[in-house]
Design a protein around this ligand. Structure first.
Ligand code: NAD
Ligand code: UD1
Length: 366
């Protein structure tokens, strides 16, 4: 059985990817320190998988712990061995991800994101595991222009969070023995199999409404904020600027369904397992741009809910447009997004209304 360690498995993207891999027959070691997630998401994954209790015990091991803890990581590899299995690959989601916070706590971001990844890679190498799919971000490109972004565009992050993602990409390409950190596909002379996936704007939820995005603090991102305004948790949305050089003056982004992102991880992992040692750097986005006002309109059409909003000043570090050119992902891992913005709105809203307070809902069934 293919055996994968997933760090940050209880989080937004980790939970959806874990469910997908579970249903695809993988055995999973799910590691999280729950600093930005709830263990309830892992219970729900097990329930959604429709496996029997015995199968769940066989196929899922949950490890509460930190990626910076080398001995815990080594114990995890050893536990797999003691069960007659070998962890042959890692999907690495764990990390800190709030751009604003990364200015105030830059050291924490470098310690967790870069230090944590370094520790993870050491544990992997020691245990002869050299396949990793890493959560990178469109934020590595920095300020963007009107054009869609392609992997060969300059990496030039403008905030500490983005700088840590760019640094990890460099660390991974160095380990792979590759020269470039902007080439979508390179051979790895050192024998690693690596995929850095640069997500654009993941949003939405599993169609069941059982797992979804549940940020611990006030969300920074537009989509969870729209949902929380819709459900009455917040009074109104402040749109950051209506004077951008776009069709309606509001920022344009590339929103991609979280299940499409999950499928991108499976596609990357399956490709790495089959191929010679390589290092991939790929955008995961739809290539379609949507403004804030357009998203509010599509949300209304998909859910019937009108979102109250007001205009405020631009947010520091924002850009007018951030749009993926996703053609390299199609070429190298045969992935493209399948779901629409209406699917994102419908599924995200289903999650929000089924769990108005997220996993902490007092009426939670768990
Ligand atoms: P998330 O916060 O929901 O998930 C991250 C998970 O990692 C959480 O469950 C958290 O508890 C865990 N974690 C954090 N620090 C840890 C540590 N030191 N040890 C163990 N676990 C730890 O975030 P997400 O939206 O699912 O994002 C997953 C990854 O994708 C992150 O690395 C993020 O930077 C990246 N990413 C996210 C987006 C996005 O919009 N959601 C976009 C681009 C990239
Ligand atoms: C933000 C981060 C980016 C990170 C990504 C995913 C910044 C500058 N960028 O991207 O590094 O990879 O999240 O975590 O923080 N908006 C509003 N009002 C709000 C919130 C957002 O108008 O309350 C607008 C923004 O100006 C933007 C769009 O909505 O035009 C999307 O914002 P957001 O969801 O935060 O994503 P990004 O800015 O693309």
């Amino acid at each position: 059985m293919r055996c994968v360690l997933i760090t940050g498995a209880a989080g937004f993207i980790g939970s959806h990817t874990s469910l997908l891999l579970l249903n695809a027959g993988y055995k999973l070691f799910l590691l999280d320190n729950f600093s930005n997630s709830s263990p309830i998401s892992l219970n729900r994954i097990a329930r959604l998988s429709k496996l029997s209790n015995n199968e769940v015990k066989e196929r899922i091991s949950i490890i509460k712990g930190d990626i910076r803890n080398l001995s815990l990581l080594e114990r995890t590899f050893l536990t797999a061995k003691s069960q007659g299995e070998k962890i042959t690959s890692v999907i690495h989601f764990a990390g800190l991800k709030a751009v604003g916070e990364s200015f105030e706590k830059a050291l924490d971001y470098w310690e967790t994101n870069v230090g944590g990844t370094l520790t993870l890679l050491k544990a992997m190498e020691k245990n002869d595991c050299r396949t990793i799919v890493f959560s990178s971000s469109a934020t590595v490109y920095g300020q963007s222009t009107q054009d869609s972004l392609i992997e060969t565009d300059p990496v030039s992050p403008i905030n500490p969070y983005g700088a840590t993602k760019a640094a990890i990409e460099r660390m991974l390409t160095n380990i792979a023995g590759c020269n470039s950190h902007t080439t979508p596909k390179q051979k790895s002379p050192s024998g690693w199999r690596i995929a850095c996936l640069r997500y654009f704007n993941p949003a939405g939820a599993h169609p069941s409404g059982e797992i979804g995005e549940d940020p611990r603090n006030i969300p920074n991102n537009l989509f969870p904020l729209i949902n929380q305004v819709g459900v009455g948790r917040r009074e109104s949305l402040t749109i950051f600027g209506n004077d951008w050089p776009t069709i309606d003056g509001t920022g344009i982004r590339d929103y991609v369904h979280v299940m499409d992102i999950a499928e991108g991880h499976k596609a990357a992992l399956d490709m790495l397992m089959l191929s010679e040692p390589i290092c991939l750097i790929l955008n995961l986005g739809t290539g379609k741009g949507t403004s804030v006002l357009e998203l509010i309109e599509i949300f209304k059409l998909s859910t019937g809910i009108e979102i109250k909003y007001k205009f405020g000043p631009r947010r520091m570090g924002d850009s007018a447009i951030s749009l993926a050119n996703p053609k390299e992902a199609l070429k190298y891992i045969n992935w493209k997004s399948k779901r629409t913005l209406s699917d994102i709105c419908r599924d995200g809203w289903n999650w929000q209304t089924s769990n108005p307070k997220g996993y902490d809902d007092a009426y939670s069934k768990d």
